[in-house]
Design a protein around this ligand. Sequence first.
Ligand SMILES: [Zn+2]
Length: 149
Amino acid sequence: MIEERTLQLQHCMYQYSRAIYRSIKDLIDPYADRGSQVESRRAVLEACEQTMERLARDPLYFAKPDRALFQDIRRYFPITAQAEVAWAVQAGVSAAAHFIEEQIEAGALDGGVARCRATTRKGKPCQRTPLPEREYCPSHQHLEARAAA
Ligand SMILES: [Zn+2]
């Protein structure tokens, strides 16, 4: 089951990296010769994929992934396209980061962090850390007593 989820997640991240790539590939230096254009495109696509992979693997420790990606690829774009590329990268990466956050909240990603088993009044899973060796956080510990009874 976990493997299936991982595959599904990888597929989604792949879609996000393709979307970012598609939104900027035509901005790659139009005056470069054909050969270097092909190479630039490959480098940009690879950078997008690596960023998405790292984001999926390390979502909590990857600070400013949009800036990291932009720094990696900006040299392939003419100065006149930089602002547009920065914007597209920011939009694409934040959509992917938001998706990952939702997966973590839904418990689909094993971040190695235990979560309280309770559901909040808004119907979302409680995000707090359980008490040591317990399944519920301090504000939901009464639920554990009830389950035990
Ligand atoms: Zn809780």
